[in-house]
Write a protein that binds this ligand. Structure first.
Ligand SMILES: [Zn+2]
Ligand SMILES: [Zn+2]
Length: 352
């Protein structure tokens, strides 16, 4: 049976705290003694190991110590010892890039609901988003404030070394984690109590989210570098915004064309005339020709949605519907009845 905490939990070495937790929960559920009264398969031993692995890996301080010991013991087991180098030679192996232990921040996914008008015009607004942020207590260093911190003498603060590793082609220098500082580049005496040495805490950041004019419902907009903060000055993750466009009562979008439904009165449909339409960008005046039928479409070219990529506009269609008058006076009813007779309606078939 393996004694490796990572193997016991079935997770990778770089598993996040969330992954550690969920692996433990999953295993604990199937191995818990209450669930396995008949212990013929050694589940209680397995449960003990799982519990122990979880206790270590879920605690950043214990995990770091364990990682260090694990790395040292592994190095001791594999292959012949690397050749020794004089201090001058060793210096040539110093790696000057960012510490290996630094990790890119998490990608954050969220949906943002915007109005129909905002999807046409574009949107820019600050949004409060819960994400891992740099610990404000220690400034992200992971060390308790006012406790001694020094640069790691082995790796000169870089967190990594180029060490000779044996390959079929002979010894090749590879970038390896500095075992003195475990890749942090610094040595600290006490971990920050707020973030337990991780340098990150769960927080909220107000992120300026901007969506292009013409953005569609269901589009996923990637905002580079606006996601979770990275470990050890690692780069930030990305923000993936799924756009949800709210419906608008008398408007709809088909591809990049905008359809606006407008009611016109019966006399206007019959006699024709001017009709004012409120579009998203302003007002337009339509010329309604005499004897216009319900559902007639009026095309206004180039006033539809802008394409979010090319910026080219679709067309605007105004679809007219003939509305009966909302209220009728007695006199109007009489006149309408007369009109009905005049234009050949069968009064018996009308509800008059
Ligand atoms: Zn902290
Ligand atoms: Zn170091």
């Amino acid at each position: 049976m393996t004694s490796d905490h990572y193997e016991i939990l079935g997770i990778e070495e770089d598993a996040t705290q969330e992954e550690v937790k969920s692996a433990y929960r999953r295993l604990a559920k199937s191995l818990h003694p209450d669930m396995n009264k008949d212990d013929s398969t050694g589940t209680s031993d397995k449960f003990k190991n799982v519990k122990e692995a979880y206790e270590v890996l879920s605690n950043p301080l214990k995990r770091e110590k364990y990682d260090l010991e694990r790395m040292r013991s592994r190095r001791g087991q594999t292959g012949p010892p690397p050749p020794t180098y004089s201090p001058q030679q060793r210096n040539t192996f110093l790696y000057s890039g960012p510490p290996i232990a630094s990790q890119r921040g998490a990608d954050i996914k969220l949906s943002i609901a915007i109005s129909f008008q905002e999807s046409f015009l574009g949107m820019r607004r600050g949004v409060d988003i819960g994400m891992p942020v740099s610990c404000d207590h220690c400034g992200g260093s992971g060390a308790a404030p006012n406790t001694p911190v020094s640069g790691c003498p082995t790796c000169k603060g870089s967190g990594a070394l180029l060490a000779p590793v044996q390959t079929p082609q002979g010894y090749v220098n590879q970038r390896v984690l500095c075992s003195t500082c475990n890749g942090r580049g610094i040595l600290m005496q006490q971990f920050c109590p707020k973030c337990s040495g991780v340098g990150l805490i769960n927080g909220v950041e107000n992120v300026a989210v901007s969506l292009p004019p013409g953005v569609e419902d269901g589009a996923i907009i990637k905002l580079n570098g606006k996601g979770g903060h990275g470990l050890g000055n690692g780069p930030r993750g990305d923000l993936l915004v799924t756009v949800v466009v709210k419906e608008e009562q008398n408007m709809k979008r088909v591809d990049n064309d905008l359809y606006i439904e407008e009611s016109i009165s019966l006399p206007k449909a019959v006699f024709g005339g001017k009709h004012r339409v409120n579009t998203i960008e302003g007002r337009r005046t339509l010329r309604i020709p005499p004897m216009t039928k319900s559902r007639t479409e009026f095309l206004i070219e180039g006033e539809g949605f802008p394409d979010p990529v090319s910026g080219e506009h679709g067309d605007l269609y105004v679809v007219v519907y003939i509305d009966p008058p909302e209220q009728l006076s007695d006199n109007a009813r009489t006149l309408l009845k007369k009109l009905a007779v005049e234009i050949g309606e069968d009064l018996e078939q009308l509800g008059v």
